[in-house]
Design a protein around this ligand. Structure first.
Ligand code: PEP
Length: 266
């Protein structure tokens, strides 16, 4: 099965509205020379306050703004209510988002996001018609003590609990070894591919072969323009979740360009 690659930029807590617009316009300017078919699925996750700023300059080439999709960096599982500081799926959709990142290691580490919360968020995102980008990954300690696979398959099983195979098939998973995030230490691409194949197998166990074949699984962790081609050449890596290198249009565009050189399937 051929899966269309995804290059997703996670801007984290960076870029004011004017800066966000500038980077977004730089990516849009690059994408205008390619059809949506030629491009990977390009996703950008700005801070909440910049979503409308980037939405206002979304691509107007006739693609319906679909060449670059917008993602929320988090959400709550309830639609509305007394949850100070939170944002719902409906609100993200209303603001123009198609995707929501959940379970990022920074959310798990600094904001106590649990597997149970991630599962509730994934269900709410899918029920609201958006696509979850579900992050998972091990610490260096876990890797060194040999529990990487069991830890990650546990995270995936918990995140997908009670979700239909059809919904699992359209979801996205990002494998992000925590020790590789923002450190410049990219995971060896054969090893990243091995873990991602293991994740695909876990998806097969819980949601069947068709969902496992369809779901797109990304690698994240210090992805740079000079690492992406090798990563994309691997059998099970369907794209990248990019942090630091997505903050400048130049490097993010280079990652998109190098992805297109290797494989854009659908
Ligand atoms: C991330 O935050 O998801 C990430 C992978 O960051 P970086 O690319 O900077 O390692």
């Amino acid at each position: 099965m051929s899966r269309k690659p995804i290059i997703a930029g996670n801007w984290k807590m960076n870029l004011l509205q004017s800066q966000a617009k500038e980077v977004f316009e730089g990516v849009k300017d690059f994408c205008k020379d390619y059809t949506a078919q030629e491009l990977p699925t390009v996703v950008i996750a700005p801070v909440f306050t910049s979503i409308s700023a980037v939405e206002s300059v979304k691509c107007d080439c006739g693609c319906g703004g679909k060449k670059i999709s917008i993602a929320g960096q988090n959400c709550h599982w309830e639609n509305s209510g007394a949850y100070t500081g939170e944002i719902s799926v409906e609100m993200l959709k209303d603001a123009g988002c198609d995707y929501v990142i959940i379970g990022h290691s920074e959310r798990r580490q600094y904001f106590s996001e649990t597997d149970e919360m991630i599962n509730k968020k994934a269900k709410a995102i899918l029920a609201g018609g958006l696509i979850p980008i579900i992050c998972c990954g091990e610490t260096l300690e876990q890797r060194e003590s040999g529990v990487t696979d069991s830890w990650i398959s546990g995270q995936i099983k918990a995140a997908l609990e009670g979700i239909s195979s059809e919904d699992v098939a359209k979801s996205v998973i990002a494998y992000e070894p925590i020790w590789a995030i923002g450190t410049g230490k990219t995971c060896d691409s054969d090893e990243a591919n091995r873990v991602i194949a293991m994740i695909r197998n876990t998806v097969k166990e819980v949601a069947g072969a068709e969902a496992a074949d369809s779901i797109r699984i990304l690698y994240g962790g210090s992805v740079k323009p000079n690492t992406i081609a090798e990563q994309m050449s691997k059998s099970d890596i369907d794209g990248a979740l990019v942090g630091g290198a997505s903050l400048k249009a130049e490097s993010f565009n280079e990652i998109i360009a190098n992805t297109m050189k290797v494989a854009v399937n659908a």
